[in-house]
Write a new protein. Sequence first.
Length: 159
Amino acid sequence: MSSGQSLPLAYVLPPHLLPHFYVSLHISHPTGSHLKYPVNQFSGREVSNLEARIDTHILALTALLETKYIAHDKPFDFAHKPQYLTLDILSDAAFSAPLGFLAADVDMFRYIENLEKNFPVLFALTVLPWVVSVIQSPLLRPLTAPCSSDAYGLGRLMG
């Protein structure tokens, strides 16, 4: 790497700070100096009763499986159920109320469908990171970024 190129940011978790989940960014400068910045992260302390909320959603998942599928000897595809659980837990932590994926037992807002449809594109972006710069350009961002007025997908969750 030439001295004119910037080095990538590296997330560093010092062993002595592991109990505190402290993360810092180390930015290497072409001159050889290093800058260190603390990074804000989620510790769970910001959400009251987080463990109890998670337990509630896990119980909701088991109740769904027992009452809707097992009790009626009905087969089910377990592929989306953990995603419903995760989305409800995350939305409950973020908004103090779940979005209701588990209660509805359906891909609300077609979020998972949209994610699965776009996964090949997301994978390509990890292999070709320069494409991200093009997509995030001011000219293309309005066409490619999700927005709160979207009918489904991530944009629908935003708005």
